[in-house]
Write a protein that binds this ligand. Structure first.
Ligand code: HPA
Length: 249
């Protein structure tokens, strides 16, 4: 049976509260096991899959996530559209804490992660087009759904994906700003590239948890986990109405 939407939850998002009649799948893929169970259920009358990217108990740091298994599992369950929720730091004006944003570009600063399905000997060599890393139609659907639901979502922006798990230095964030990044997170890649290789529709809804190091009005601010979790929880209030609107027939 097909799935109308798959949602991948990031830091602070370990379940979809409104998911009903939940079936739990523990898929094993040719790439290994995903981060945890895939919960499939009814959401706003549609079939929705949810997967916690870091595991439901947040046991996986960004560089240890099996991004290939996560996406392959969602595809095997019948998902075509994937909405990735990514908790991020904000770099530029307009992307401060508690903002929701739907970026349209990304820069990959990660290293040493398996970033392609062309890894195994004998696998087909793919050079997928990635000029626009997020699927325009899905981005537009998300933005329209947010507008209908009265949820503010910033349209566009560049997501810089860093290796982590440590946060960035001020100099790194300053460089990212010069590069054109508006947001910084640790999980946007290789996920987006792998989704493209699988032919999935993929968009990111970034949840700004904090100003990145040295960004924002108080350049000396120290980022605490509690601030991150509080800001994510506050920004997440917009997500259920947005999802209901996105799924409305
Ligand atoms: N940097 C990278 N990833 C993040 C941040 C940050 O400041 N905040 C939440 N995820």
């Amino acid at each position: 049976m097909t799935i109308d939407l798959a949602v991948i939850g990031g830091t602070g998002v370990y379940a979809l509260g409104e998911l009903a009649d939940v079936e739990t799948h523990q898929p094993v893929t040719p790439y290994g096991a995903p981060s945890g169970p895939v919960r499939v259920g009814q959401y706003a009358g549609r079939r929705v899959a949810f997967l916690a990217r870091h595991g439901e108990g947040h046991s996986l740091p960004p560089h240890r996530i099996n991004y290939r298994a996560n996406l392959a599992a969602l595809k095997a369950l019948g998902a075509q559209r994937v909405l990735a929720l990514n908790t991020v730091g904000g770099i530029t004006e307009g992307y401060g804490p508690r903002v929701l944003a739907c970026p349209d570009q990304l820069i990959d600063y990660t290293w040493g992660r398996i970033s392609t399905f062309c890894e195994e000997p004998g696998s087909e060599v793919l050079h997928v087009d990635f000029g626009d890393p997020y699927t325009l139609a899905l981005r537009q659907a998300v933005l329209r759904a947010a507008a209908r639901a009265g949820v503010s979502v910033v349209d566009g922006g560049c997501y810089g994906a860093t290796q982590g798990p440590r946060l960035e230095t001020r100099a790194e964030v300053a460089r990212m700003r010069r590069d054109g990044c508006d947001l910084v997170g640790m999980t946007g890649m290789p996920e987006a590239g792998l989704a493209r290789e699988l032919g999935l529709d993929y968009a990111c809804l970034a949840i700004v948890a904090n100003w990145a190091a040295g960004a924002g009005p108080d350049v000396d601010e120290v980022i605490t986990l509690q601030d991150v979790l509080d800001n994510v929880a506050a920004a997440m209030a917009g997500v259920p109405p947005l999802l209901r609107s996105l799924l409305a027939k």
